[in-house]
Design a protein around this ligand. Sequence first.
Ligand SMILES: Cc1cc2nc3c(=O)[nH]c(=O)nc-3n(C[C@H](O)[C@H](O)[C@H](O)COP(=O)(O)OP(=O)(O)OC[C@H]3O[C@@H](n4cnc5c(N)ncnc54)[C@H](O)[C@@H]3O)c2cc1C
Length: 250
Amino acid sequence: MTRDLLTARLIMKRCLSERAQCFHLDFEVDGVGNFAFTPGQFVSAVAEDANGKQQMRAYSIASAPHGNRFALCLNRVDDGFFSNRLADMEEGETQQFQEPLGFFTLHQPLTDSILIATGTGVAPMRGFLQWLFPTGGPDRSEGHQIWLIYGTRRETELYYRDEFEAYAAQYANFQYLPTLSRAAEDWSGLRGYVQEHAVRIASESEMNAAGPEFGIHAYVCGLSPMINAVREKLKGLGWNRKQIITERYD
Ligand SMILES: Cc1cc2nc3c(=O)[nH]c(=O)nc-3n(C[C@H](O)[C@H](O)[C@H](O)COP(=O)(O)OP(=O)(O)OC[C@H]3O[C@@H](n4cnc5c(N)ncnc54)[C@H](O)[C@@H]3O)c2cc1C
């Protein structure tokens, strides 16, 4: 079945890390006043390759709904078709996408939530946080504890750090926990892998008890080895699989 395609114009491109070749892209959807989606969903970029074959790749939306705009966060992959095509785009150019899809969204009713991401897996988390703590709008977190555990190798690869630190400074119920696997000596923050910190927070949380009404969820986004490691750790604490919501990039 062919689905409707939307045309989006790149209005701003920003390099988030030279070393990791990671980019933030802001798009405007042509011909609509309002681009509707649920925070955490993805769009699929569509284009023909040099052989005339249609290629399609999913990218999580790295923003909350805001007029006809949406953002992506992606890094170049060696010899990758779409990541490099998008990273090479110039402002003003257009790209076709399928409309948003996906079930990696905040469950309702909202509970305490541990957001766990590595690398560009932070994209949907940024969407969640923009929705929970909207600039100039009412706080939608309902007082629930929200943690963002964000793992990368180096400090230079902590994408959107200023934004997350600003939320943490403003909202007492939000904690930003960046953790580095190859930290420099002068790094005073957390070290090691996200799953170690996830299990610590889950153990300490008052909501750990997994009754029929779950008091806490984990939202995990990135590559499969990390997601599997987090899942194993939380299951070891007695978590039910429905408490662990995942988005795999591979
Ligand atoms: C639901 C969903 C959401 C996603 N959201 C994002 C996002 O927000 N940001 C983002 O950067 N990516 C995201 N991805 C991954 C994205 O869809 C592509 O797989 C990625 O950009 C590589 O595509 P490509 O066309 O450049 O590489 P391809 O041409 O498909 O692959 C080229 C080579 O790179 C390898 N490869 C493919 N993907 C990766 C990878 N991630 N890391 C290392 N090697 C790889 C392949 O095995 C192949 O050998 C998401 C994937 C899914 C399923």
